[in-house]
Design a protein around this ligand. Sequence first.
Ligand code: SF4
Ligand code: SF4
Length: 465
Amino acid sequence: MKTAALQSVPPSDDEPFYIAEQKIYPREIDGTFARLRRAAVLVLLGLYYGVAWLQWDGRQALLFDLPARKFYIFGLTLWPQDFIYLALLLIIAALTLFFVTALAGRLWCGYTCPQTVWTELFIWIEQLTEGKRAQRMKLDRGPWTLAKVLRKGAKQLLWITLAFYTGVTFVGYFTPIRTLASGLAHLSLGPWETFWIGLYSLATYGNAGFLREQVCKYMCPYARFQSAMFDKDTLIISYDEARGEPRGARSRGSDARAQGLGDCIDCTLCVQVCPTGIDIRKGLQYECIACAACIDACDQVMDKMGSPRGLIRYTTDHALHGGATRIARPRILIYAALLFVITSVLLYSLFTRTPLILDVIRDRNALYREVHGGLIENSYTLKLINLDDHMHRYRLEVTGLAGVVLVTPTGTIEAAPGTVNNLPARVQAPGSSASGVHEITLALTAVDAPGIAVRERTRFLGPTQ
Ligand code: SF4
Ligand code: SF4
C-alpha cells in the first residue's frame, strides 16, 4: 500500500518553507457515489435542522438542558446520576468509528462528517451563485464588476444566513428552540445564547466556506490516526496502477494495449473533482477523505473511452494485488465483540432502569434516642428523586430488625415528576432487639406503578451492652 504523502520530504535550499494554500475549485460531478453523498447530506441535514423542532410528550424531543442538568432524549430523561449511559454511548460511538474504519476505511469522512456535509452544502450555494468550476475560476481572476459584486454578495448572504441558522439550531439543542426563536424575534436573547450562536455560526461559515479541505488536512485528528486502523483488507479508494499505466492520451475506442498504453488517458478529471485537490494516482494519501468523486469521474471517462469501469474503485490492498480480501480478521472480530457487549449492556440497563432514587442519610446530631415504652429511635433524612416524567405516590417500608417500625413518614409520599424531595424519617425498634449496630432496609415502592421500587440499606444504632 502506498503512503506517499505520509512521508515528509525536506524542502531543497531554493524552496520556500511556507507555500500559500492554493484555492481549490472542485469540479461538479454526477454519478452513483455523488448521488449517495447528496442523499446522505439531505438526510443528515434534515435530521439536524428538523429534530430540534420535534415535540415529545409536550416538550422538546431532544434537549440537553445543561442548567437543569437534565438530558431529554425522546421519552427518556437522563439525570447527572445517569452519566454512565452517556459514557457508554460515547464509547459505542468511538468503537463504531474504529469498527467502520477498519472494515470500510474513511466512510465517515466521505459521507457523514459534519465538515463534509456542510462543505457540500456551501459548495452547492457557490455553484448556484457563481456558476460551474470554470466560471468560478474566471470570476475570481476577473476585475470587480457589478455582476461579480452581485454574485459574490448573493453567495455571502446565503452563506451567512445558513451559518446563522445552523448556529441557532445548534444552541436550540441546549435551550428550548421555540423559546430561542421567540427571544431572537424580540431581540431579547441572553448573553450566553448570543455568544454560542455567534461562535457556532462563525465556525460553520469559516470551516465550510473557507477552510474546507484544510480542516481535513491540518486540523482533524482523525485523519492522523485513522491509518493505525487500516490494514491490507480495509476498503480503500484506489487507482489500479497495473491497469492504468503507462498513462497517456489516445483516441476514443482505440486499443490502448496496441499503443503500449494503459487505460488512464491522463485527462486529470479525477484531480479536478477532488475536494482536497490530490491526485489519487499517486497512491493512498492521508488527505483523501474517501468521497469517491474520483471514482464517478473516472467511470464516466472509461464509459466514453469504451473501457471497463473501475480504474479507480473501492478495493483493498490485497484485492488490488491479486489476493483475496478477508473480512473476518482479528481486529474486526474484537471491535464487533466489544460493540456487541457494550451495546447490550447499555440497552439492558436502559430498559431495566428504575426512574427513582432513594438516598438515606443518617442524622449526625444523635446516634439514637430512647423514647417512652423502652423504644430506641433513629432519625434519617431521605432524599427521594422522582426521575420519571409523571407524578407518583410512594409507600415506604422498613425491615431487617425484629419489631422495627417506621414512625414517619407514614401513608403515601407524593413526588412531582423530575423533583428532588428531602424528607425527615424516624424509625423505632424495641430496646430488647436494638442494642448494638444493625443493618436495616428501607424499601420505597410506587403504589401507582409497583414496578418502580428501590431498596436502600442503612444502619440502625442502639445502646451498646
Ligand atoms: S479520470 Fe481516470 S483516466 Fe482520467 S486521469 Fe484520472 S485515472 Fe486517468
Ligand atoms: S482522491 Fe478521490 S476519494 Fe479521495 S478525496 Fe479526492 S476525490 Fe475524494
